[in-house]
Write a protein that binds this ligand. Structure first.
Ligand SMILES: [Zn+2]
Ligand SMILES: [Zn+2]
Length: 467
């Protein structure tokens, strides 16, 4: 007789890298397929040359992608591997991607091309542009798009994508149903973004569909210290002092409006709401917003706006001079005005200009006197990344003041607790956190799964089994 099982391969006690397989009979869906970002411990440190033709083998050896039967191409497996290659797997498999952060998609290009990988239509649109600007993931394959609220089947497994709000467009969770019961996976989500109503509607829709198990992220529960008691009590209010996504442009405006110098910002450009926020700040400040060319392409494709400029960086100048621009760059430069450092330096106070960490040396060409650098959730993100200290050294060298203006993509602890209590599942599985145990159910049981075990869904409960 067919049964429904859940097996966990990643993300149980890390931020990201969530990989879960839900199987009914021999059919299964695997949701999210990312890599854990750990600059301190990653053996592939950017200096060791990656072997393009042996990547799956090397990543499996390093434990960066999981050992799962039936998802890798037979010729990419290590010699003597006991893993079943994709072409010898009996059932149907599909991979579901909740959103396009690398901790959820980093490994999706390694999945055998015969296995469909699904993402929301909004994610799919974003991915097309990311690929265009050279930010696709490793591997060569195509991706399927799915629509919010429209169910589709993998064998007898029914999947309904449900939109959420996160700091990237296209984010969704999934309602997954088999004849034995249903599971809701939230992906990453927050209540202090531009669209909190999406999370409320996610909760309502999930409850209408019904479920036994909720798998939810718990990123903000990760601090080393104990969390204050009040943060573990369900509460959906937005704290007055919190900078929310819609507040970011206002805070930038307040900080820059009386400054005589240039405004610089460092963002993570997959957050299209933040690109829109910077444009809004530019408008409020009456400053021209100047994007790096990749970000300009994202703004052009995903925001309905023409009110930005492209920065003619040293590398862009060189590409143009040597006729090495790519087609998308040529088209963009034909359509939108571009500005050089020379022009900007004549009146730096008229500009709000993007500078990503990898282009930090561009700052040396700019007049940054009396300027202000907004660290707005671009990399390097924090103290744990050695590059964070390097950025500080560069800014100190320039005498450029840095101020952090941004907001996280993950629900606050009390918001997570609110979401959990609203959903009120029989079985709560918190993960994508260093301290998942801090998120507790109102009525049902909390399950902290272990690797190497599998859990059978039956009569609304999960029963542990050894694999
Ligand atoms: Zn994540
Ligand atoms: Zn995320």
């Amino acid at each position: 007789m067919n049964k429904t099982t859940l097996t966990f391969y990643g993300g149980l006690r890390s931020i990201g890298g969530t990989i879960v397989s839900l199987q009914y009979g021999s059919d299964r869906v695997i949701f999210d397929f990312g890599l854990v970002y750990s600059p301190q411990t990653n053996i592939l440190d950017g200096q060791i040359q990656v072997r393009e033709s042996a990547m799956i083998r090397d990543y499996l050896t390093l434990g960066l992608i999981p050992k799962i039967d039936g998802i890798y191409h037979e010729t990419s497996l290590p010699i003597g591997s006991s893993l079943i290659p994709a072409n010898q797997y009996q059932g149907k498999t599909a991979v579901l991607i909740s959103h396009l952060h690398l901790d959820h998609i980093g490994g999706m290009g390694f999945i055998d091309p015969s296995i469909p990988v699904f993402m929301s239509k909004n994610s799919h649109d974003l991915y097309q542009t990311l690929e265009m600007i050279g930010e696709g993931v490793n591997g060569d394959r195509t991706y399927e798009s799915c629509e919010y609220d429209k169910p589709f089947f993998v064998g007898k497994i029914k999947i309904t994508p449900l939109q959420v709000d996160h700091d990237i467009p296209g984010a969704c969770g999934f309602h997954i149903e088999t004849p034995d019961g249903s599971v809701v996976y939230t992906g990453d989500l927050r209540l202090h973004g531009t669209h909190p109503e999406r999370v409320e509607s996610f909760i309502t829709k999930a409850k209408t569909l019904g479920f036994d198990v909720v798998i939810i992220e718990g990123t903000t529960l990760s601090s080393e210290e104990e969390l204050p008691e009040e943060l573990l009590v369900a509460n959906k209010d937005i704290p007055a002092e919190l900078i929310t996504e819609p507040k970011v442009p206002k805070v930038m405006t307040e900080l820059l409006h009386d400054k005589q110098g240039i405004g610089i910002f460092n963002i993570y450009h997959r957050n299209i709401d933040r690109i829109a926020g910077v444009l809004q700040a530019g408008q409020l400040l009456n400053r021209k917003v100047v994007f790096e060319i990749g970000t300009a392409q994202l703004a052009a494709n995903l925001l309905n706006t023409t009110s930005f400029y492209i920065y003619e960086s040293e590398s862009l100048r060189l590409l143009r001079e040597n006729n090495q621009l790519q087609d998308w760059q040529i088209n963009l430069l034909d359509t939108y005005p571009s500005l050089s450092a020379q022009v900007i330096n004549k009146s730096p106070h008229e500009y709000l200009l993007q500078n990503s960490y990898d282009h930090a040396l561009e700052l040396f060409d700019l007049n940054t006197e009396k300027g202000l650098y907004f660290h707005s959730d671009g990399v390097p993100l924090g103290d744990y990344d050695p590059a964070f200290h390097n950025l500080k050294r560069i800014l100190d060298y320039l005498g450029l003041a840095k101020v952090a203006v941004g907001t996280g993509g993950h629900a606050l602890p009390q918001h997570l607790q609110y979401i959990v209590e609203e959903l009120d599942p029989n079985v709560l599985i918190p993960l994508h956190s260093f301290h998942p145990e801090r998120l507790t159910p109102k009525r049902g049981i909390q399950l902290l799964p272990q690797y190497g075990k599998t859990y059978m869904l039956k009569n609304g409960a999960l029963v542990e089994q050894d694999i």
